[in-house]
Write a protein that binds this ligand. Sequence first.
Ligand SMILES: Cc1cc2nc3c(=O)[nH]c(=O)nc-3n(C[C@H](O)[C@H](O)[C@H](O)COP(=O)(O)OP(=O)(O)OC[C@H]3O[C@@H](n4cnc5c(N)ncnc54)[C@H](O)[C@@H]3O)c2cc1C
Length: 444
Amino acid sequence: MSDSHSIAIRQSVQTSVERPGDGLDRSLWARTAAPAPALPVLRGSHRAEVVVVGAGYTGLATALALIERGVQVAIVDAREPGFGASGRNGGQVIPVFKHEPQAIMARFGEEAGRDMIDMVMRSADDVFALIDKYGIACDAERTGWIQGARNAAGGQVLHRRCLAWRKVGADAQLLDADEIAQLSGTTHFRSGWLLGNAGSVNPLKYARGLASAAVGRGASLFVGSPVVRLESVDGAWRVATPEGELHARRVVLATNGYSTRLWPGLRESIVPLYSMQIATDPLPAALGASILPRRQTMTDDRHLVHYFRRDAAGRFVIGARGPFRPDPSAHDARRLIAMARRLYPQLDEVAFPFRWAGRVAMTPDFMPHLHRLAPGLTTALGFNGRGVAMTAAMGRVLAQACLDDGDRRLPYPVSALHPIPLHRLHRAGVQMMMSYYRLRDRLA
Ligand SMILES: Cc1cc2nc3c(=O)[nH]c(=O)nc-3n(C[C@H](O)[C@H](O)[C@H](O)COP(=O)(O)OP(=O)(O)OC[C@H]3O[C@@H](n4cnc5c(N)ncnc54)[C@H](O)[C@@H]3O)c2cc1C
């Protein structure tokens, strides 16, 4: 990087790029994480070996994996590290796919399927290894994840799921009614399963920690710099933002649910759903001890799932599918508050001062996708609400994919980009699906 670059850094440091309507003013994570590191806006023209677009977990894990291989990386984000789903999520580190292992092997074949299963099962190790290696203070805990069934039919599904993952080596344990009541602190569930090597993080602290690690090891990270144009010029990529440009032979797009029209069909290959969360203030000790006393994180077995946990300060945090906006209203939060109190009647008098939302990138097959979009241009997206763990593993694969030009077999299959037909109608479609699933969940 040139001298003019360091001048630009000094002239334009930003510590946070929060704006009204972002939905971050009532976010628990935004209110409790240390301020974002001071970072520059991209100005002028610069070169890097690899440019990573998007400073969420995917982009940052990829950048760190590249740096570990001695590659010079520039990262550019429209807003700031963790502005997208990575700073807004539930922080549940869950190292399994939504599909069962047999379904993965049936679809992708024994060898590729086994690689994918190994990759996802090791993904929580990858997260906690990054946290250890880079000394990231993000309230990381490895207490396990529980999925609970509300009735006998749901119990059978989870029973099968638990045995299927255990068969391929996962640390999975069946829970009967008494066991799940003891661990969860609610009698809402008839049975369930516990994935022992899962865990939790404060998501925004983790994202900012990854960003600091990347910058500390030599990456250039530009904030407030939306990439508005991507073009291939004489075998190299020109990555243009409103005030500057980066040139590199290789580019990784890590924009997931916040993808714009930067590359034809990319945004249309996922459906960005909003998920919203609410949180209490720290609960009094006795009340707190009655909810998830061993601090596992939890998900129910609804089609429109509820996910919940306690944070490091003892707040209760619960989330579910939300309306199509980043700043949910008090009215939007009512259904979720009612659910929290159904699960835990002891929260009846407790207020929920925090509420926020973010985009979850869903794919039609509920699997993440890795694409080579053009020579030197790679992406992975569509983590389907399970990206906290998987992005740490995918970052390594993306780093490998972006450097080797397709000549080596990867632990995750590269697929062709498939824009979803009639994508512009996705909101109406999603709303219909949500009404249908809500009805099925009520009838179950
Ligand atoms: C409310 C919520 C709860 C969730 N809970 C969980 C959970 O508990 N467990 C779990 O495993 N997963 C969860 N997820 C999913 C998880 O957060 C994501 O899978 C993960 O964060 C994806 O990371 P990412 O880096 O791919 O994308 P993101 O974090 O969304 O990052 C994309 C980045 O790209 C940037 N960008 C976009 N376009 C441009 C451009 N043109 N130029 C420059 N920058 C650009 C954005 O500003 C953004 O910072 C949840 C998601 C949400 C929203």
